[in-house]
Design a protein around this ligand. Structure first.
Ligand code: ATP
Ligand code: MG
Length: 465
């Protein structure tokens, strides 16, 4: 009794929430969740597994989001049953995954992911897997984590306290091993366990901390945020394909502008986008304005339920890094247009070393950039041809973005806005007016000098060859 009392008054060490071996059980009178809020398919899976004698819970994002009044993206189930045992219970179940096995239970189009409890026990694993000497690399990063475990171990290997809540829809109780409900109430992102060690095991957790903080409008707890700046460069070790998935989640969350600020502040932007980070240093105002503007537009589109293309996002994130490269190549004697093409090619290739942007997105990035060279050249049939180009809209939006960041384009964006609104005869007039302006007859009420338009024409001609 005394010992129990003493324990309950012991202050938490370094502010960490230590794992309980027995969870705090929060019954239905003490929380707001209701079974009916959860996918009935997910609930029926839990019931079925429990009836077959296994432990089974709804877990992770869906419990967290429901407690916050957010509609969950998906419903995950965690269970003591192995993948084979799970499959044995359901006709509509498929085992997926190589690194660790999961089961997808299909209900028409709805898929519920069912995972066996897992543990983070590299030592135990070493004994089991003879062919691999170690499951961690020199810096402590976990390379494989496919050991099955108990419910307690499953809670312990999760990243944040708010993601380690288990809801039993049968008893309508929440099992809380890491004071996750407390952190939800206080709107805090807090790592389970020792933060440095948890980031070393998986540096992507630094990005996840930022993502959840931005998406949920939470703060990051002091000890959880403190090591990030120092460990940020560990992201360089993460496979580029995984970082592509993560970066999409970061920038398509509906809070991309805020996420960007946090990434820069926590030095996480540099390992993800090294060239853009350099541009941010060299030309802070312009680069910051262009990227923030692009991300705010993206956030608006996400909130309106409009489609967002990753190509446009990456085109904007990398654009400020282009001029320095173009200039460098030009100083080595390359003419402007080939220098532009080569710089674009190099920049994308380098970026793909960090974040593996698939071909289906890198091609449109180039097209959006190429469009920036073509939008000023409108004479003859060119304007109408451009308007018919499937990439016109993205190219035009990108032009407006550049202008909003202060790039001087001689009101090209407004011209294209007017041109799209104009009827056929007005369009002919607009093109004719351009022609006379280019010839320097003085007919057009523009204040551009002849020399600059002449040099621009020359550039355009070079581009055509
Ligand atoms: P979202 O709504 O964005 O999907 P989520 O919490 O469901 O949020 P997922 O990436 O789908 O996030 O992961 C599901 C759960 O798996 C998390 O809630 C967390 O408990 C655990 N998890 C995911 N990634 C990690 C990681 N890198 N380290 C530890 N636990 C993780
Ligand atoms: Mg999820």
């Amino acid at each position: 009794m005394l010992k129990k009392l003493f324990q309950s008054f012991r202050p938490p060490i370094r502010g960490q929430h230590h794992m309980r071996t027995t969870p705090e059980v929060i019954n239905s009178a003490q929380h707001s969740l209701q079974r009916s809020q959860f996918s009935r398919h997910a609930v029926s899976i839990v019931e079925r597994l429990q009836n077959a004698g296994y432990q089974a819970y709804l877990v992770g994002g869906c419990v967290r989001d429901q407690l916050l009044g957010i509609t969950p993206k998906d419903f995950d189930v965690a269970t003591s049953a192995t993948p084979e045992q799970i499959r044995g219970e359901f006709r509509n179940a498929r085992i997926i995954g190589r690194r660790f096995k999961l089961v997808h239970v299909h209900f028409g189009r709805d898929i519920i992911e069912v995972a066996t409890f897992r543990a983070n026990h590299p030592e135990a694993e070493e004994e089991q897997v003879e062919s691999h000497r170690s499951s961690r690399n020199e810096s402590g990063r976990i390379l494989r984590d496919n050991v099955y475990g108990t419910l307690e171990e499953d809670a312990q290997r999760r990243d944040f306290t708010i993601n380690a809540l288990y809801y039993d829809p049968v008893s309508e109780r929440i099992l809380d091993f890491a004071n996750g409900v407390h952190d939800i109430r206080n709107r805090l992102i807090r790592l389970i366990g020792d933060p440095v060690q948890r980031y070393q095991e998986d540096p992507v957790r630094m990005l996840r901390a930022v993502r959840f903080a931005a998406k949920l409008d939470f703060g990051i707890e002091k000890h959880t945020v403190q090591p990030i700046r120092e460990l940020a460069s560990m992201l360089r070790e993460i496979p580029a394909a995984r970082l592509f998935e993560e970066s999409l989640k970061l920038f398509l969350s509906g809070q991309a502008a805020l996420t960007f600020e946090m990434l820069v502040d926590l030095h996480l932007f540099d390992p993800l986008f090294p060239a853009s980070a350099q541009a941010l240093e060299d030309q802070p105002t312009y680069t910051h304005t262009l990227i923030s503007q692009a991300l705010s537009n993206t956030d608006l589109r996400v909130k309106q339920g409009k489609p967002v293309t990753p190509a446009f996002l990456f085109a904007a994130l990398l654009w400020p890094a282009l001029p320095a490269r173009v200039l460098r190549l030009q100083s080595q004697g390359m003419p402007p247009i080939p220098a532009m093409n080569e710089a674009a090619h190099q920049l994308i290739a380098e970026q793909c070393q960090r974040i593996a942007v698939p071909k289906r997105f890198t091609l449109p990035i180039r097209e959006i950039w190429d469009m920036q060279e073509r939008l000023p050249r409108r004479s003859g049939k060119r304007a109408d041809l451009l308007l018919d180009n499937p990439r016109f809209r993205a190219g035009y939006d990108f032009l407006l973005l550049r202008e909003s960041a202060g790039e001087q384009t001689d009101e090209l964006g407004q011209w294209w806005t007017d041109y799209q609104d104009a009827n056929d005869s007005e369009r002919r007039d607009m093109i004719r007016e351009l022609g006379s302006r280019d010839e320097g007859t003085g007919a057009a009420p523009r204040k551009r000098k002849r020399s600059s338009s002449a040099s621009k024409r020359k550039r355009s001609d070079e581009f055509q060859d």
